[in-house]
Design a protein around this ligand. Structure first.
Ligand SMILES: Cc1ncc(COP(=O)(O)O)c(C=O)c1O
Length: 390
């Protein structure tokens, strides 16, 4: 009998490795590189949030807790989401989980079977499209395009891709990497179509608070339109709006019909969240609104600054976007942005993410995270200008 070589299963072997990491590995540890490649603020979490975790640790809260999260955190999430969206979100539908990416994996494990058709609006943070593939799904991509200088969704194209029998559509708005933000009418249209065909909506709401439109408190939302019987799941995270990337804390909102099964899936993944993290997350929800507002104002200002700097360079194209923390741009004549991003690190000390990291639609583009100071952004834009001029 021949025994197969030692290897992971085929679906895992077939996963893409992150092209952001490929570029970042070329410059990590180098103090002369300005790192704008990852999606996070360069500031640590606010002191009052950190102190809540320290107090919990000092009090010896080091034990296992409930699969779905401590009741105090689920209640705090219920109040927060109710206030934000103006609709009741029962705590029984909410699970506090170990990050936004964990929320996506848990949602996928709960809903997706091998061979399912999953449709995603792209380009997209690669974790969102790779997770369904780990579970054996076929992922169909519906690309955004630039129309009238703005990232836009072709709604008819998306609805045509959502054929009867499609298991799930995944939408991340505001979108990483483009900043594209879905419109209210598009949410309504997608939801009506999904209701008709029994298609699950997995909404990745990681950036829902980080919108540039000053008249909005939150981006257009599927969760806000949930009606009993709907197949809507919202995945979210403390990482972005509360500057808590390293904590690994997020949450899921599911229909009540899914809560018990979700609890089982959590048991077999991580079982529960570390209690000091749950204490910190609770304080972030209860007292963190000024922090969210500060970050949002900073992101609107730094986006304005960076877009201005980039548009002043010859051949640089920067479409408009509604939110998140990225500028997604291209440079005419520079189509191989993986090589370009590597050269920028090595020769200019400028760390950007290559657009191809977000799928084939992103090839030829670059992503620049602007959750940092005006000084660093100006320094980075100057480095790009000198590199392009050389
Ligand atoms: C669209 C999107 N969703 C989810 C996440 C997950 O964040 P985390 O796993 O840090 O909670 C990210 C992180 O970059 C993201 O960009």
């Amino acid at each position: 009998m021949t025994i197969a070589p030692v290897s992971a299963r085929p679906a895992v072997q077939a996963l893409e490795s992150s092209l952001i990491r490929v570029v970042a590995n070329a410059g990590m540890g180098r103090t002369d590189v300005l790192p704008f490649w990852f999606g996070e603020s360069d500031q640590p979490t606010a002191p009052f949030i950190r102190e809540a975790a320290i107090a919990s640790l000092s009090a010896g809260e080091t034990f296992y807790s409930q699969n779905m999260g401590r009741p105090y955190l689920r209640e705090a999430l219920s109040r927060y989401l109710g206030d934000l969206h103006g609709v009741p979100v029962d705590a029984g539908r909410i699970a506090a989980v170990g990050s936004g990416v964990n929320a996506l994996m848990l949602a996928a494990q709960t809903i997706i079977s091998p061979g399912n058709r999953v449709v995603a609006v792209t380009p997209l943070w690669p974790n969102i499209t790779e997770i369904p593939k780990i579970l054996g799904a076929d992922v169909v991509r519906v690309p955004l395009a630039v129309a009238n200088g703005k990232w836009s969704l072709d709604l008819d194209r998306l609805l045509a891709a959502l054929t009867p029998g499609t298991r799930m559509v995944i939408i991340n708005s505001p979108n990483n990497p483009t900043g594209w933000t879905i419109e209210d009418e598009q949410v309504e249209a997608v939801l009506a179509h999904c209701r008709k065909h029994g298609i699950w909506v997995l909404s990745d709401d990681a950036y829902e608070r980080l919108v540039h439109d000053p008249s909005r408190k939150v981006a257009p939302s599927f969760l806000a339109r949930y009606q009993p019987g709907d197949r809507i799941v919202s995945a979210n995270t403390f990482s972005k709006a509360w500057t808590m990337t390293g904590w690994r804390a997020g949450w899921l909102v599911v229909p009540p019909e899914l809560s018990a099964d979700l609890g089982k899936i959590i048991e077999y993944n991580t079982s529960c969240l570390f209690e000091p993290v749950q204490r910190a997350a609770t304080v972030a929800l209860q007292q963190g609104e000024p922090e969210v507002a500060k970050l949002r104002a900073q992101l609107t200002a730094t986006r304005h600054l960076l877009v201005g700097e980039l548009r002043a360079l010859p051949g640089v194209v920067v479409p408009e976007a509604g939110g998140a923390m990225y500028v997604f741009f291209r440079i005419e004549g520079q189509d191989d942005t993986l090589t370009l991003a590597t050269r920028l690190v090595e020769e200019a000390g400028l760390g950007l993410a290559p657009g191809g990291a977000f799928g084939p639609e992103g090839a030829g583009w670059l992503r620049w995270c602007h959750a940092t100071s005006p000084e660093k952004l100006r320094d980075g834009a100057g480095r790009l200008q000198r590199f392009l001029g050389a």
